[in-house]
Ligand binder design. Sequence first.
Ligand code: NG1
Ligand code: ZN
Length: 550
Amino acid sequence: EDQRSLLLSSSSRFPPPQGVKLSYGTAGFRADASILQSTVYRVGILAALRAVKTQSVIGLMITASHNKVSDNGIKVADPSGGMLSQDWEPFADTLANACDPQQLVQLITDFVENENITLDGAKSVEILVARDTRPSGESLLEAAKQGICSIIGAVALDMGILTTPTLHWMVRARNKGVKASEIDYFEQLSSSFRCLLELIPRGSDSRNDADKLVVDGANGVGGEKLEILKKMLNGLVIEVRNSGKEGGVLNEGVGADYVQKEKVVPCGFGSQDVGIRCASLDGDADRLVYFILPSKSSRKIELVDGDKILSLFAVFIKEQLSILNKKRNVNVNDGYQCCLGIVQTAYANGASTDYLKQLGLEVIFTPTGVKYLHEKAAQYDIGIYFEANGHGTILFSEQFLRWLEAKITELSDVAKGSEQHKAALRLLAVTELINQAVGDALSGVLLVEAILQHMGWSIEKWSKLYEDLPSRQLKVKVVDRTAVVTANAETVVVTPPGIQEAINAETAKYPRGRCFIRPSGTEDVIRVYAEASSENAADSLANSVAKLVD
Ligand code: NG1
Ligand code: ZN
């Protein structure tokens, strides 16, 4: 009864916006910040219920990632540090769209009963709340806290401004019972990075100023955090641009989404950067792409996207596994077969898929959205997933980790310092450097840099692993995007009938042509993707298919 009146009184302070229907998409709730107070308050309630139900720490992140600065959003991190379990998404939707306090409280009461959640507050639970640098974040964070505190026994811990992946990492670490502050996160990243450099065969040939990395921080939280992290690193010189302190606007003409979609030089970069290794983070630092400025005269960049980061990681992991499995000092052939899986979406450049398959790797496709890729990758001993836009990570199974640790113990007895021993130590360092909760631009950048140094590769050499097929992405505004339903990891349109046949007929006109359409999960549009052997051909294929949708 106390619980009921607590909810009734707090929810009356957060009336929902009129005439908007929100849905918990692939990236949580996202909208113009001015209409989000009630949604964020309600997601606070949901997170508290999730914490009580799982008896674990839950995370709440207030961000709209690469969207414009006036937008904001909120998403929930589950106990593992991953995305909210998909079976709670419908509840998130109904909760966000309840029209008055009575209906809201009724929905919560029914849900609590169905899920067998005991709300006696006997054991308190914690919800970690953080936000990116958006000005609207402060008051939204307050609304989230109010939601959390409306559930008896739930405690909100304000973590302040963090990157999205740091919050996910903290949730995961806290639930494992290990150290989980932001400094612990930075320390884990910098020490595993150092470890990888120390294991470079020729000895670590520290990079100097002439070989610096320049990072575009998207005028967001990532740049500001990288300024702290870079001071903890040896053997790598990083210059941060667009850290948000120079007055630029978040995600405006900067950041990973802009660089990847427009393929042009971001603000703050120019002729002085020709030939230099550059990288871009997105607004909440969970995406990473690299790029090179090929010439002074053009705004065009050579993009080194998520597919290429994936390929670099795959080459390195595969190499270390094969060194480790060579019968030399210790017979590692103990019957354990490490299963390595690569997960992509239909947006992966066709040339990357060909390259990975030609390396003998198993490549699997899922629909767009990190939750699908992550779930698939988790089915392997080592699962590497990336979206072309630069969101991705590497997952290691518990079984693999136990096997690796046993190997290291064994090798350090009989073959200390051998190549086999070093390969095992490198893999262990990767498990600590890469953020296994979610894609993370800061941990990603350090793994890329460590591997490039290990291989002795320049960014040009890396970029030439394979040559991207020309591609074009378009979006078409439609009245009802749900009218388009797809299958086979979004590569085939099922309804409306007839469209797929028309797409096939168009695609057949182009050598190496590939094209698909799908409804966006984050915007009110149908996205068109086309690939072909020349830029003109890719543009023309995309345009003619876009006309079919209109
Ligand atoms: P939608 O709007 O569903 O295409 C976009 C990205 C996804 C993912 C989500 C979440 C593209 C083509 N799509 O989804 O990869 O990152 O946003 O942020 O880049
Ligand atoms: Zn993001």
